[in-house]
Write a protein that binds this ligand. Structure first.
Ligand code: F6R
Length: 262
């Protein structure tokens, strides 16, 4: 796993946007992006928007697949991930709405997982999956205890996740109990995984994911099995990493061809 420790959120955003832009440059304009909601990737989307506005990145032919969705919120509910992705990704980054996909939490949820897996496959798979991480180590909404072999399906949100996400709703009672989420094996199928984490509250999860055992108790640790996973974190989120000096050294002596265009 490559671990990039940045002095602040702005740098995290620049590095992760540059990684995504590089993938688009390599695979071409029809790249397939995996996108996350939540606060962690917001600055990265802003940075990608800046690259698009400057004419350095064109996502008009790209596709996108969101990681997850609440069950039972209307597509246009402001906290549904359908609406969140439209506001934060599709419109500002100039993607074509018909090429942006979110699990169908407002339709037939029993078949939604299979339909979503088929749509990802039909698009040729995800080229780069952007991820955040929960304080409990979840990626997507794969809560602790999730099967490492899981695929897109309905999950029950952990009480901690409902509490954490209550800030987006007027009360915790409004936070849905169920969600649809790409599984851990679905996420591992992406050709690259890029996880961003900010702040002290994520330090324990980041350390467990990067340096602990691969375990369903810290679902993000499954990324240790990925061939091409990168963690981009700020110093607070990196503060519990044991090999921190080594990670800094790797970046200091990065071979030329791996240098990002920042
Ligand atoms: C969102 C998602 C979640 C979040 C995680 C962190 O689509 O899949 O795993 O990435 O809950 O959320 P923030 O970034 O708000 O701390």
């Amino acid at each position: 796993m490559e671990i990039i420790i940045c002095p602040d959120e702005a740098r995290v955003a620049r590095v992760s946007a540059a990684k995504i832009a590089r993938v688009v440059a390599e695979v071409g304009p029809r790249a397939v992006l995996g996108v996350a909601t939540g606060s962690s990737p917001v600055a990265t989307y802003r940075e990608l928007g800046r690259l698009v506005a400057a004419g350095r990145l064109d996502l008009s032919e790209a596709s996108a697949f969101a990681l997850d969705e609440y069950v039972g919120l209307a597509y246009d509910h402001p906290q549904s991930y359908h609406d969140t992705i439209r506001r934060t990704v599709t419109e500002p980054l100039g993607l074509s709405p018909h090429r942006v996909h979110v699990p169908d939490g407002a339709g037939d949820v029993q078949t939604a997982g299979e339909r979503y897996e088929a749509a990802i496959k039909a698009a040729g798979g995800v080229d780069i999956q952007l991820l955040g991480v929960g304080a409990n180590g979840h990626i997507g909404f794969n809560e602790p205890g999730s099967s490492l072999a899981s695929r897109t399906r309905i999950k029950t949100l952990a009480p901690k996740t409902r509490q954490d996400n209550a800030r987006f709703f007027s009360s915790i009672d409004e936070v849905p109990v169920h969600c649809l989420t790409q599984g851990l094996a679905t996420i591992l199928d992406a050709r690259q995984a890029l996880l961003v984490a900010l702040g002290e509250g994520k330090a324990e999860a980041v350390a467990a994911i990067a340096e602990g055992p691969v375990t369903a108790m810290w679902p993000g640790s499954v990324l240790q099995l990925h061939q091409h996973a990168t963690l981009v974190v700020d110093e607070a989120a990196a503060s519990r990493l044991k090999l921190i000096d080594y990670y800094h050294q790797v970046q200091e002596f990065l071979p030329d061809w791996q240098e990002l265009d920042l």
